[in-house]
Design a protein around this ligand. Structure first.
Ligand code: SF4
Ligand code: FES
Length: 242
């Protein structure tokens, strides 16, 4: 039988990346313990909208633990208290009536706050572009049969495909967070974005991107039509031809 809870939330509110943010206290009443954490935030947002207040911004897409968009820090723990569980898969049954919950966005400089709990993960996606982290044969035309994958190859690749690009590991990485650019006077949005992308491309790509590089280099389909060797190819090449 469903349990109903009343909770107190301390939520980080911040209008945009340059505004000062602060924790705001909300009461979340009548929360059903069958809800997911994001559904609980939806209920809080319905109440805020009904009162004419700005809803809490947070990122999400699949809500089934696949896309990695929903990362946030709950009570000081990335993705919250459940082991091996994304925020969208976190269930309210893990909380108790009367609990006070602190909810913050990723804090690393690499992922600036867009609004409230929603951060800009552009640097992560720039890393995937840098290593051409996709299968280059996508399209609607008939490209013919792809190269066959052995079971052994599938078993090697599968664990690396489990990365969902949530950026949690990069959030924690001190080397990844080093790049922090200040906007120059008179610089347009486009110029600032281009300078940022160039700096990210020169920087350390981080653990998640290195794993994806391995994934696309092990995958026989991923090797097709590559125009630039991926990072690991370059490393191997240097080892073989120092
Ligand atoms: S490797 Fe990093 S980005 Fe990928 S799922 Fe794990 S924590 Fe998230
Ligand atoms: S919304 Fe996609 S993993 Fe959580």
């Amino acid at each position: 039988m469903a349990r109903l809870m009343n909770l107190v939330l301390n939520v980080w509110r911040q209008k945009n990346k340059s505004a000062a943010g602060a924790f705001v206290r909300y009461e979340a009443k009548g929360i059903n313990d069958h809800m997911s954490f994001l559904e609980m935030l939806d209920v809080v947002n319905e109440g805020l909208s009904a009162r004419g207040e700005e809803p809490i911004a947070f990122d999400h897409d699949c809500r089934e633990g696949i896309c990695g968009a929903c990362g946030m820090v709950i009570n000081g723990v990335p993705h919250g208290p459940a082991k091996s569980t994304t925020t969208c898969q976190l269930h309210m049954r893990l909380f108790n009536d009367g609990d006070e919950i602190t909810i913050e966005p990723w804090r690393a400089a690499a992922f600036p706050v867009v609004r409230d709990l929603f951060v800009d993960r552009t640097r992560l996606f720039n890393g995937l572009k840098k290593i051409k982290g996709w299968v280059p044969v996508d399209g609607y035309h008939n490209a013919g049969p792809g190269p066959r994958q052995s079971q052994e190859q599938q078993q090697t690749i599968y664990p690396i495909t489990e990365c969902i690009s949530c950026a949690c590991c990069l959030e924690a990485c001190p080397q990844y967070s080093k790049i922090e650019l200040a906007r120059r006077e008179g610089e347009t949005d486009e110029q600032f974005e281009a300078r940022k992308r160039a700096a990210h491309e020169r920087g350390f790509v981080g653990a998640a991107i290195i794993a994806q590089t391995m994934r696309f280099n092990y995958d026989p389909t991923g090797k097709l039509k590559r125009t630039i060797p991926a990072v690991i190819d370059v490393i191997h090449e240097r080892r073989q031809n120092p």
